[in-house]
Design a protein around this ligand. Structure first.
Ligand SMILES: [Zn+2]
Length: 526
């Protein structure tokens, strides 16, 4: 070591003294803030450590082949659960699941789609000069024109297609798509949703709501003796209906529907418009013969997990209250091609992990408890959050609010569902955005009339104040939702960072707020 001149030490001591004097008022100010609650310097530092690259890397990992699309109940999903648990453990979050673990187990039957299968149209042809009738098959393209049903039975059916409108039998509404048509042994073609719009006519919609579920439509078709179903839905993969023995179905897009209507003297658009206008079914035998072939494997014994971890509050009284940050960890699996679910919902998993890490690394001490809930089986009908609500780890009346995330990685505009239902819950996020984040941020009033498609909807049904964050604004020339294209290419690393920072600031404010500031108004859910 080289000797330094004496002068150096004097200079050095002077510098240290200067730093000390300069810092002294600042540190007493910090102490005062500490007593008041938030240590602003500390959390600002932590805020700026939340960075896009590690969040993007997490999205990349969770959407990779390694986890096979994270279908709840499968090995791929369980591996994703294990990975999240190990990260939470590394950072020191407290396990809040079953028996001191991070996991909350629940029953979850699932179905694996093993092959791309087939949807094809049989076209009668007669070779020139021949009297013998023959046929050719038109095969539709996987993904662009059809997907195998996410809970289809395994097998093959070739039969005539009967158009059965919305597939609804509602005697109390004087409406039956199956009246006067025989679908026994046939394939039915049906629409999703119901003929009433929840936005245009909410009161009437409520009477129809129970018929809007995929589950109902599949069961009603099977109950009428149909052996197969072409579901005009997307095509997108959605495993959120129960498996029905030997009932084979696939999701189809517009081109398949157009071919079925071709030559019938009707157009699809006019037919649907007529049903909606008069609420009178327009079912008919199409004369078109189709083959649907799927190879699947059903697992009735399936079990899945929610993953629960908390940062315990420090206030002796308020620590009993909880703010939940949630997002679903599952996606729709591999059908059989990988459905990466980068935006839906690896993006939210990454953001939640980013916030969890920031809270722990920064040793942030909040008054209330913050619970991280990574839900399973959202894609199978928001089952994980439903199970949590039946088995909450904090009493529901002590649950201040749920901040849910679903699809927060693609685009640049942040939308928060239900901020107008719960302004006191939304306001901290709006404030944080105005002060620090400066993104396009919008909210709405959420009537939540349709079938629940978000974990937040389940909480609102239980009168627990809830918001749900999502991001939009990326224009793509192709759909990237519940298919193979929801991959890293649609992810915007910067928005991950901003949503994580926004969440960190907003949730901290909620966790620190005085009780008067949180005046939960009755949830506006009917
Ligand atoms: Zn989804």
């Amino acid at each position: 070591m080289k000797h330094k001149p004496v002068k150096y030490y004097y200079q050095r001591a002077g510098l240290l003294l200067f730093i000390f004097l300069w810092l002294a008022p600042a540190s007493s100010r910090l102490l005062a803030q500490n007593r008041a609650g938030l240590d602003q310097t500390k959390w600002l530092k932590v805020l700026h450590e939340i960075a896009s690259q590690p969040l993007y890397d997490l999205v990349s990992e969770f959407s990779s082949e390694k986890y096979h699309g994270r279908l709840s109940g499968t090995d791929g999903y369980n591996q994703a659960v294990a990975r999240v648990a190990s990260l939470l453990e590394t950072w020191g979050l407290e396990p809040t699941g079953d028996n001191g673990s991070y996991l909350q187990a629940f029953p979850d039957p699932y179905t694996l789609v093993l092959e791309r299968g087939e949807v094809s149209l049989h076209l009668p042809v007669t070779a020139p000069g021949s009297k013998k009738p023959g046929e050719i098959k038109k095969f539709y393209r996987y993904e662009d024109e059809y997907f195998p049903g996410g809970t289809s039975a395994s097998g093959e059916i070739t039969a005539e297609v009967v158009y059965a409108g919305f597939g609804i039998t509602a005697p109390e509404l004087g409406y039956d798509d199956y009246k006067g048509i025989d679908v026994r042994g046939k394939i039915v073609l049906i629409e999703n949703e119901v003929p009433i719009s929840p936005d245009k006519d909410p009161e009437t919609f409520k009477k129809w709501r129970q018929y809007s579920f995929h589950q109902y439509k599949l069961q009603n078709a099977a109950a009428h003796g149909a052996k197969g179903l072409l579901y005009y839905y997307g095509p997108i993969v959605n495993p959120n209906s129960d498996y029905i023995d030997s009932f084979i179905y696939s999701y189809v897009g517009q081109s398949v529907v157009d071919d079925i209507f071709a030559g019938s003297g009707k157009t699809y658009q006019e037919t649907v418009a007529a049903i909606k206008k008069n609420l009178k079914p327009q079912s008919f035998k199409t004369g078109k013969v189709f083959t649907i072939k799927n190879k699947t494997e059903h697992h009735p014994e399936g079990q899945s997990y929610n993953l629960l971890a908390r940062v315990k509050g420090v206030d002796p009284v308020l620590k009993e209250e909880v703010i939940i940050i949630s997002g679903h960890l599952d996606h729709v699996g591999s059908c059989p091609d990988l459905m990466p679910g980068a935006n839906d919902n690896a993006s939210s998993v990454a953001v939640m992990l980013g916030v969890a890490q920031a809270l722990m690394k920064g040793e942030i001490e909040a008054k209330r408890t913050i619970l991280f809930a990574f839900f399973g089986a959202e894609e199978q009908g928001v089952k994980g959050s439903e199970f949590y609500l039946e088995h909450p780890v904090y009493p529901l009346e002590k649950t201040i609010g749920l901040i849910n995330l679903d699809g927060v990685g693609s685009g640049d505009k942040i939308l928060v569902l239900a901020g107008k239902n719960f302004p006191w819950l939304y306001q901290p996020f709006e404030k944080a955005n105005n002060n620090y984040i400066h993104r396009s941020l919008d909210t709405n009033y959420w009537p939540n009339l349709t079938r629940p498609r978000l974990d937040a909807a389940r909480f609102m049904e239980k009168n627990i104040p809830a918001l749900s964050f999502s991001v939009s604004g990326l224009e793509l020339p192709y759909p990237a939702y519940h298919n193979t294209r929801d991959n890293l290419a649609v992810i915007n690393p910067e928005i991950l960072e901003d949503v994580a920072r926004l969440l960190f600031l907003g949730v901290l404010e909620l966790a620190m707020a005085s009780p008067e500031k949180l005046k939960p108004q009755a949830a506006l859910v009917k």
